[in-house]
Design a protein around this ligand. Structure first.
Ligand code: GAL
Length: 394
C-alpha cells in the first residue's frame, strides 16, 4: 500500500486531533499544582507555590480535614521586620512539603488606638478549632507598640473560616485574681515582695520566685504572658501554655469550652526554670513538652519535660537534641510539634532559626521526633521525607 502523505493523515485523523487538543487544553486547568518540594531541608530557604520563601515564623499548624494550615508571623526585611508590619500569614498544604500562600489571616490595624496597631509585636500565633461555636480561634503573644516587651499580653482573634480574616477580640493578661492550683496557702499569703530584693538572681530571690513572688505581684492585673502555644487534648479541653513571671515560669491555663476565655484553673511548670518557646504533644497518654532557655533571638539548648497529666507533676529531662550543635538546638528555637496525619506516632518538631537583623530571612528547622529509651530525641538531618517515620520504632 502506498504510504499516505502527512496532509492526508491529518485529514483522516482530524476529529481525533481536535478531540486531543480539546482534552489537553481542558486538562491544563485541572492539573494538580506543581510540586516544588519533595522533602524537608531544615535551615534552607523554603519556597511556597509562588516560589517565595515561606513567611510564617514562630508558627503552628492546624489540621482541617485533609489539609494542613500553617499560621505564623509575617516578617519583613531588616531589624524593623521583627515587629508586626503585616500580621499573621496563613499557608495551606496537603503533603507538608508544598505550601500555598492563603494570605494574611489576621491583619495589623491602622488604628493607633488598637492593641494590634501596625508596629506592635505580634508573635507565635496558634490557631485551634472550637466545635461548640464552630469558630477558629487564634491566640498570640502581644506586645503593645512602643513598649518593648513590657506589656506581656495575650491576644485573641476569631474567624468563621480557617484562613480568615480573623477578627481581633481583645488582649489581656491571663488569670487576674486567680491563684494557681499548685500554689500553697503559705505561698499565697506570704508577704515577701519584690521590694525586699535590691538585687535579682540571688539565692534568696530565686527561692522567692519559686514561692510565687511574681504571681503575688501580678495577682490583680493578671499574669504575664509571652512565648506561647495552644494545646487541645483528646477530650476537647484546650490549654494556653505560656512563659509567665518575667519568663521565669511556664503556666498551663485551661480555657473555657468556647476557647475564648480562661476557666481560672492553672498550674506553674518549672518555677524559676527560665523556659520559653513551649511546644507540646501527647503520645500513649504521656505529655511531652519541649522548651528553650531564655536568650532572646540567640539559640540555646532545648529542654524536655514530661507528665502523665497536663496538671503535672512535670519532670525535667536532659536536652532531647543529640549530635553536633545539639547545645544550640541546631541553631533554632522550638515553636510547635505537629502530629502527622495518617501516621502513627509521627511527630514533627518545628523550630525557627531567627535572623534578627533581617527578620524575613528567618529559616525553619523541622525534624522528626525519634523515641529512644522511651523519650523523644532530635537529630540533625540535612534532608528528609515523611518516610523516615516508617523506619522509626516510635
Ligand atoms: C525569644 C522569643 C521570641 C522573641 C524573641 C525576642 O526569646 O522566643 O519569640 O520574643 O525572644 O527577643
Amino acid at each position: 500500500m502506498k504510504a499516505k502523505s502527512i496532509r492526508t493523515l491529518l485529514v483522516d485523523f482530524s476529529p481525533f486531533f481536535f478531540l486531543l487538543l480539546f482534552l489537553s487544553s481542558g486538562c491544563q486547568t485541572q492539573e494538580p499544582v506543581k510540586k516544588y518540594n519533595h522533602s524537608f531541608k531544615p535551615g534552607e530557604i523554603w519556597v511556597d507555590s509562588d516560589s517565595v520563601h515561606i513567611n510564617a515564623h514562630g508558627g503552628g499548624i492546624l489540621i482541617v480535614n485533609d489539609t494542613y494550615y500553617w499560621f505564623g508571623e509575617h516578617k519583613t526585611e531588616g531589624k524593623r521586620g521583627n515587629s508586626a508590619q503585616v500580621g499573621v500569614q496563613c499557608y495551606s498544604s496537603k503533603d507538608l512539603y508544598n505550601w500555598k500562600n492563603e494570605g494574611v489571616a489576621l491583619a495589623v490595624s491602622e488604628d493607633p488606638n488598637s492593641d494590634i496597631v501596625k508596629g506592635c509585636v505580634l508573635e507565635r500565633p496558634k490557631v485551634i478549632y472550637n466545635a461548640v461555636n464552630q469558630k477558629f480561634v487564634m491566640y498570640f503573644h502581644l506586645e503593645l507598640k512602643g513598649k518593648g516587651y513590657s506589656a506581656a499580653r495575650v491576644g485573641i482573634a476569631v474567624s468563621d473560616e480557617v484562613t480568615g480574616p480573623y477578627n481581633f477580640i481583645r488582649s489581656l493578661r491571663p488569670n487576674a485574681g486567680q491563684w494557681p492550683v499548685d500554689m500553697t496557702v503559705e505561698q499565697r499569703t506570704s508577704t515577701v515582695a519584690l521590694a525586699d530584693f535590691p538585687e535579682w538572681w540571688t539565692e534568696e530571690w530565686m527561692k522567692a520566685v519559686h514561692d510565687g513572688l511574681f504571681i503575688r505581684r501580678d495577682f490583680e492585673g493578671g499574669q504575664m504572658s509571652r512565648d506561647m502555644t495552644l494545646y487541645v487534648d483528646d477530650d476537647g479541653k484546650a490549654y494556653h501554655i505560656f512563659a509567665s513571671e518575667e519568663n521565669l515560669t511556664l503556666h498551663i491555663a485551661e480555657l473555657t469550652d468556647d476557647y475564648l476565655d480562661y476557666t481560672g484553673k492553672y498550674i506553674r511548670v518549672a518555677p524559676g526554670g527560665h523556659n520559653e518557646a513551649p511546644a507540646i504533644f501527647k503520645k500513649d497518654g504521656v505529655y511531652y513538652m519541649i522548651t528553650s532557655g531564655c536568650t532572646g533571638w540567640a539559640p540555646n539548648a532545648a529542654r524536655l519535660h514530661t507528665a502523665e497529666s497536663i496538671w503535672g507533676p512535670w519532670t525535667e529531662h536532659p536536652n532531647p537534641c543529640v549530635g553536633d550543635d545539639s547545645d544550640l538546638t541546631f541553631h533554632s528555637q522550638s515553636t510547635y510539634i505537629l502530629p502527622v496525619s495518617g501516621k502513627n506516632n509521627a511527630f514533627i518538631f518545628m523550630a525557627d532559626r531567627w535572623n534578627p537583623s533581617n527578620a524575613i530571612d528567618g529559616r525553619y528547622v523541622w525534624l522528626p521526633i525519634q523515641f529512644e529509651n522511651g523519650l523523644p530525641v532530635l537529630k540533625w538531618l540535612d534532608e528528609w521525607t515523611l518516610d523516615v517515620f516508617d523506619d522509626l520504632k516510635n
